[in-house]
Every structure is written in C-alpha cells, then in structure tokens.
Ligand binder design. Structure first.
Ligand SMILES: Cc1ncc(COP(=O)(O)O)c(C=O)c1O
Length: 376
C-alpha cells in the first residue's frame, strides 16, 4: 500500500466542466471575473467577516501583498524597513514574504504547540513594528493574549494562517479577534482551489490597498497609473470554480479531518505515554483541522523517515528552522531559539488526508509500530 504525503480533495470534472466551458466561451477567465467575485462572496459568508476577503493566485503572493498593504497603511514606502517578530519554525514562504518586502525578521521560538511562544518572546527594540505568528499544522497561538501583547506595544498583527483554514479559537474564526490573516488554498491544504490564497482583513484601507496591489498597484485604469509597485496576484476563474465546488463540501472536509485526527490522537497519545515521542500540544481553546499530523521523535528523524518510506508511507520533514536556511543563516537577529533547536531535526509530518480509509490509517499505524518494534 502507498500512502502519499497529501491527497488533494478535488471536485469531479463533471462539477466544473459546464461553468468552465462558459468561461472559455466568454473569455472572462481572470481580472476580477465572475466566479472569483462569487467565491469571495461565499467565503465572506463562510467566515462571517465584515469585509469581503480578497482572493489571490496563491498564498505566497497573498501574504506578500498583505504585508505590502500594511506597510502602505503605516505610511512606509517599499524601501522602508522595520523588524518583524516571526517564528523561525515555519515554511520559508513566511520569511521570504517579509524579506522581499524589505522587512527584517527577528527569529523567535515556538512552544510545544509548534506556534510562536508568546510567553518567551520580547518586543526588545523600537524597530519592531509587526508580529507575524504562523498557524502551524492548523494550531493557533492564544489570540487573546496576542491581542493584549500587540496593543501594549502598538504592533501590527498579520497571521500567516496558510495551514489553518477552518481553525477557530474559542469557536471564532481568527479574523474575529481583529487581526489580518492569510489562508492558502494550495492543493496540499485543508481546503483548496488548486492554487490560491485569501486575505481577510478588518481594516477598510488595507482591503482597498489589497485590491490595487494584486493588480500591479494600479489605482486607476484609464492610464494604468500606480501608487505602489504591486505585482499581479489575481486568481483565475478555473481556480475559483474548483474553490467554489470544494466550499460546498467544507462541512464534510472539516468533519472528516476531525474524525481522522481523533484516531491519530488516540494512537499517538498511547505512544507518547510510553515516552517514545511527543505530539503537538494544541491549545485547549483551538479547534485544529490538522494539516498533516506532526510528531516530535526522541531521536533524529532520518531513520524514521526511511523506515516509513520503505513501508510505502510518505513522511515529510516539515516545517524547518528558517534561521538555519542557506540564505538566512547569520543574516538576521534571533531571540532564544532553545525549543526550535531541540526539535528541528526530530520533527516529522505524517500524512492525514481528508479522505482516508480505515485500511490506510491502520497501515500507517502498523508502520509506526513496526519502527518501534525494530528498535526495542
Ligand atoms: C506557513 C506558510 N506560509 C505560506 C505558504 C505559501 O502558500 P502557497 O503555497 O499557497 O503559496 C505556505 C505554503 O505551504 C505555508 O505553509
């Protein structure tokens, strides 16, 4: 049996073919086209947010433009710079979006929830003007505590919730705490539109900037004049169509993931009690859709990865410590990264698909058991 690291959840071709044929006939395939607008409306209803989310061609450019929009709101030009508190333990896309906006990451630690350790970080310089927590594997930081911290230090908060579609804190979507948020709709994510990303913001000015920035920064179309050097991050119709069809099944997606996650939690909880590994400690107030199932091994993950692969189960070494990556090494400030250093070579992400048969889950668990049997 082969279990891939992800199994994208897709509509059948019959569910999109007629609408897509009409798009092609009309030539309305991009540029704020009808299904993109409809998708934005449906997402607004799903998230219950006051302002319509903006859709982008992928999460990376959505985040790039969200940071750029906030710089604009703060009165900063593209060449202005300040520092941003961000976890080192994330996907490189988080840090790349800051640095390509000419901002300077300050690498901070994560806690046992694998999200920014708010108790540990310090706002240690007037250069720090933003904080950018990551919703790793669907977990969230304590959003109330984050709000208090941001207010005390007058920090802009952007949540890189690329992996956290559907995550809630105390039953509420993260935007309800007043923060800006980016969610990725990449095929590998909890909810997908093949490629795509959405920004949800509460600030009307930032929302306005986003609509321009995703269209090259044009504030008027007659001459195509720009007031900021935006890029092109517009979503296409075909992605919106796939997203719309998947959104109709969002309850099924989240329910099914919760059911699968419950089985993992029981199995890995047992191994944790034996002291063989540790699970991500999800904040008790967070409903987490588990994008992958991360476990922290007691030993370096190399043998585990090879063992699982030999049994047909793909395992990913994910996320990574960004302060150690070739481009970032030694370039930016860091705070105490004790926990990140301790786990960076021991963490693995196991596949947890939306649609997964009992046989597949049993096979994965059997492969893990065999790993520990061989070591004893
Ligand atoms: C934390 C994080 N930020 C940003 C991104 C970029 O999102 P996308 O793949 O949609 O461009 C990802 C994608 O994996 C991610 O995990």
């Amino acid at each position: 049996m082969q279990i891939n690291i992800v199994k994208p959840f897709m509509p059948a071709i019959t569910e999109v073919v007629e609408d897509f044929a009409r798009c092609l006939e009309s030539g309305l395939v991009t540029n704020n086209s009808p299904h993109v607008r409809l998708f934005e409306e449906k997402l607004q209803a799903f998230f219950g947010c006051a302002l319509r989310p903006s859709l982008h061609c992928n999460g990376q450019l959505a985040l790039f433009h969200l940071i750029q929009a906030w710089k604009q709101k703060l009165g900063c030009g593209p060449h202005d710079s300040f520092e941003v508190l961000v976890p080192s333990f994330t996907f490189s896309g988080t840090i790349n979006a800051l640095v390509t906006n000419n901002l300077r990451p300050v690498f901070c630690d994560v806690d046992e929830g694998l999200v920014l350790d708010l108790a540990k970080l310090s706002v240690d310089s007037p250069e720090v003007r933003m904080i950018l927590p990551v919703g790793a594997y669907g977990n969230l930081v304590d959003l109330e505590r984050l709000g208090t911290l941001a207010k005390a230090h007058d920090l802009v908060v952007i949540l890189d919730n690329a992996p956290a579609f559907g995550s809630r804190f105390k039953g509420r979507h993260p935007h309800a705490y007043g923060f800006s948020e980016m969610i990725s709709f990449h095929a590998t994510k909890v909810f997908n539109s093949m490629e795509g990303g959405a920004n949800i913001v509460n600030d009307a000015e930032v929302a306005e900037h986003l609509l321009r920035l995703r269209d090259f920064g044009q504030y008027e179309k007659a001459r195509g004049d720009v007031d900021m050097p935006g890029l092109n991050s517009k979503m296409t119709e075909i992605c919106a169509l796939v997203g719309l069809r998947n959104l109709e099944k969002v309850d099924f997606i989240l329910r099914s993931r919760a059911r699968n996650a419950a089985r993992y939690l029981q199995f890995f909880g047992d191994l944790e009690q034996r002291g063989w590994l540790r699970q991500m400690k999800v904040n008790a107030e967070v409903s987490c859709p588990y994008l992958y199932f991360p476990v922290i091994l007691e030993e370096d993950a190399t043998d585990f990865v090879a063992h699982m692969q030999s049994r047909g189960v793909a395992v990913r070494r994910y996320y990574t410590a960004n302060h150690d990556l070739k481009f970032y090494r030694g370039k930016y400030r860091r705070q105490n990264l004790g926990f990140t250093e301790a786990i960076k070579d021991r963490i693995v992400a196991l596949p947890l698909h939306t649609v997964m048969s009992d046989e597949e889950i049993n096979h994965l668990m059997g492969a893990v058991e065999a790993y520990y049997d061989e070591r004893r």
